[in-house]
Design a binder for this molecule. Structure first.
Ligand SMILES: [Zn+2]
Length: 475
């Protein structure tokens, strides 16, 4: 939407075209530039925010491989890489070739596909790993080292001076090989801030393409993320990549806040799979970002592919898509309460912030429940190609609601009530709407019908008496 300092030429300046938005292809760039010359009083917007021009580093084939259930053979990795590339992710990150011989061969196999997305591999910050990574032919190398006191003491046992010296050597080597290089700390939010900023400043000076902030344990809150990224933005010129674990449920919010504070890249994985309960999910990030900038998201990513990619990964790691998954969860666009259903049928945006059609999904009005209303049933009657008057639909709605009070009903039950009701009217018959009810259920049904009729009567009396009712309020 508006230029960052980078676009204004005050930042980054890596001549290799890797910097976010440096090719000026995002329409937002030109638009604001034009406005500036024609109208000096045009709104300035948020110069820090990259919400309208972020890039995705898709890590299903690296972080995702650390998911408890994950075992990707070469064929599966290739299938996932191709799908992510077609979806439009900017980068695909792969497991370190130093992890195993097969991992190394898989890196080479994916590089050989010649995908549009840049291929990265993620290695420890040492020369041996970096050399191995470069030799696979990847476009870039992501190096990482733990900088928290916990990790320095209990994991690799190196101090800051050593980390800085090694980082600079590795960065200079990778750059000399014509590759992109990212340097990231691990557990950034539990690292000493002064140490962290000093280290990032040093690697920025030797021309690293991106520095990475990683909430490895998932402890950070959006405000902490904003503060750290904002501070870092003031210290380095290079791009800022961010990586958020979801242990405390903040992974998407943290990614969004990071972009607002000037981060340029977000790490994701499909359905969020990764170490423990995983990281920012690709679909969840899309849900967040399409609301923030629909043009950018719809213009850049093939959103209709999301479900297919999630199904592919879910199958590969033998899990189900969670019911409450962003966009593709089975009830993500299901509206149930009667008043919601009525409004949704009039205008979907009343109870929806995301249009399911943008993702090739359908909205669904749940009508087989005691919460249903006659507007939902009317829409179902139309879907079934039947003709009933509004008054008749109101009668059949009462039957469905009463039955739902007796026992849980399926869509088929509701449909069969509607169909039999319609047939009875057409043929002037009186077939039971709900066959197979036990005596006990028949009693309950009759009681439920009476209660519903009483509510209706009360409403009518209220209306006569001039008591305001929902009916009188225009939707
Ligand atoms: Zn991670």
């Amino acid at each position: 939407m508006c230029p960052t300092p980078e676009e204004n030429g005050t930042s980054n300046g890596h001549a290799d075209g890797h910097s976010n938005g440096s090719n000026g292809s995002h329409t937002g760039f030109k638009k604001v530039a034009e406005q500036k010359s024609s109208n000096p009083y045009a709104p300035v917007g948020d110069f820090l925010s990259n919400v309208s021009k972020f890039q995705i580093i898709e890590s299903t084939l690296r972080e995702g491989e650390q998911f408890a259930n994950a075992f990707f053979d070469t064929e599966t990795k290739i299938k996932i890489a191709k799908a992510l590339d077609a979806f439009g992710v900017d980068y695909i990150e792969l497991t370190s070739p130093a992890a195993s011989e097969q991992s190394r061969l898989d890196c080479e196999a994916i590089v050989a596909l010649g995908l549009k997305a840049k291929i990265l591999t993620h290695v420890r910050c040492n020369m041996e790993d970096a050399k191995m990574a470069v030799a696979t032919g990847v476009d870039g190398v992501d190096v990482v080292i733990g900088t928290s006191s916990f990790l320095m003491e209990h994991s690799h046992g190196k101090d800051m001076a050593y980390i800085k010296k090694t980082a600079i050597e590795v960065i200079e080597y990778v750059k000399s090989q014509g590759k992109e290089i990212r340097f990231s700390s691990e557990d950034s939010f539990r690292s000493n801030l002064v140490d962290l900023l000093t280290l990032y400043q040093a690697v920025d000076k030797v021309g690293v393409h991106r520095v990475g902030i990683a909430d490895t344990v998932g402890c950070a809150t959006p405000r902490q993320v904003y503060d750290l990224v904002r501070t870092l933005r003031g210290v380095v010129n290079c791009d800022i990549e961010t990586h958020f674990h979801n242990d405390t449920g903040c992974a998407i919010a943290n990614a969004f806040c990071a972009l607002e504070a000037g981060a340029t890249h977000v790490d994701t994985s499909v359905i969020g799979i990764g170490e423990r309960n995983g990281i920012t999910p690709l679909g969840g990030l899309m849900a967040r970002m399409i609301v923030a900038d629909p043009d950018y998201v719809k213009g850049k990513y093939k959103l209709h592919m999301l479900k297919e990619i999630e199904d592919m990964v879910a199958e590969a790691v033998e899990i189900n898509i969670p019911f409450n998954n962003y966009i593709t969860g089975f009830c993500a666009f299901t509206h149930k309460a009667g008043i919601h259903a009525k409004a949704i049928l009039n205008n979907p945006s009343t109870y929806e912030i995301i249009n399911p059609h943008d993702f090739g999904m359908e909205r669904y009005v749940h009508f087989a429940s005691r919460l249903t209303g006659w507007n939902a049933i009317k829409s179902r009657v139309e879907q079934l190609n039947l003709t009933l008057t509004d008054a008749q639909i109101k009668v059949v709605t009462q039957k469905i609601k009463a039955l739902a009070d007796v026992r849980p009903i399926a869509i088929d039950d509701a449909d069969s009530i509607i169909r039999t009701f319609h047939l009875n009217l057409t043929n002037n018959e009186n077939k039971p709407l709900i066959p197979n009810l036990t005596i006990e259920e028949q009693k309950k049904f009759a009681k439920a019908e009476m209660e519903l009729a009483a509510v209706k009567e009360k409403r009518e009396l209220d209306e006569e008496a001039g008591v305001p009712t929902a009916k009188k309020v225009k939707a």
